[in-house]
Write a protein that binds this ligand. Structure first.
Ligand SMILES: [Zn+2]
Ligand SMILES: [Zn+2]
Length: 164
């Protein structure tokens, strides 16, 4: 059997240990099959690490912006909002299964974490709304009725006794 030397590991191996450059071609790749696999896996691992690093950085940036924007919302206030919205997304009306909220004025535009800027929101609307101008986005995707309804949600304030 024909032998070929791998340019990566330097081993002399039978030709069937090399991938062909093209499916029906006669030329073989300079690296052996196991070196190709090894390098592909290394590339994957490096890219997962890079992706993780990027996610970590964007989460850190988000936390920094949140801290800079300021504001505070308590669990009771969150529950109050959810209860007043019948546990539904304030935008599309989808039933919410957890404590999902949206910053009405986006975090990136300085939106604070407080009553008046927090609305119950499904993950889909949250993702789609992103950093769009809220009014423009609502009028584009929904209608004036939705905008008026959300303004009411933004103006909701619990009665004093609620906190006692
Ligand atoms: Zn090799
Ligand atoms: Zn929604």
């Amino acid at each position: 059997m024909e032998l070929k030397t791998c340019t990566s590991c330097g081993k002399e191996l039978p030709i069937n240990e090399f991938h062909k450059k093209r499916k029906n071609g006669e030329e073989y790749r300079s690296e052996c099959k196991s070196c190709v696999t090894k390098h592909t896996n290394e590339w994957r691992v490096n890219n997962i690490d890079r992706e993780r690093e990027l996610n970590r950085l964007s989460a850190a940036r988000r936390r920094m912006r949140l801290a800079k924007n300021g504001g505070k919302i308590s669990m009771k206030e969150k529950r109050f909002l959810l209860c007043n919205c019948n546990y539904k997304c304030a935008y599309c009306g989808a039933k919410l299964s957890g404590l999902n909220f949206d910053h009405y004025a986006p975090i990136i535009s300085g939106g604070k974490t407080e009553l008046g800027n927090i609305v119950p929101c499904c993950t889909e609307c949250n993702r789609l709304k992103g950093s769009n101008d809220p009014e423009v986005w609502i009028l584009e995707k929904f209608d004036k009725e939705t905008l008026f309804r959300i303004r009411k949600v933004l103006n909701l304030r619990p009665l004093k006794f609620y906190f006692m």
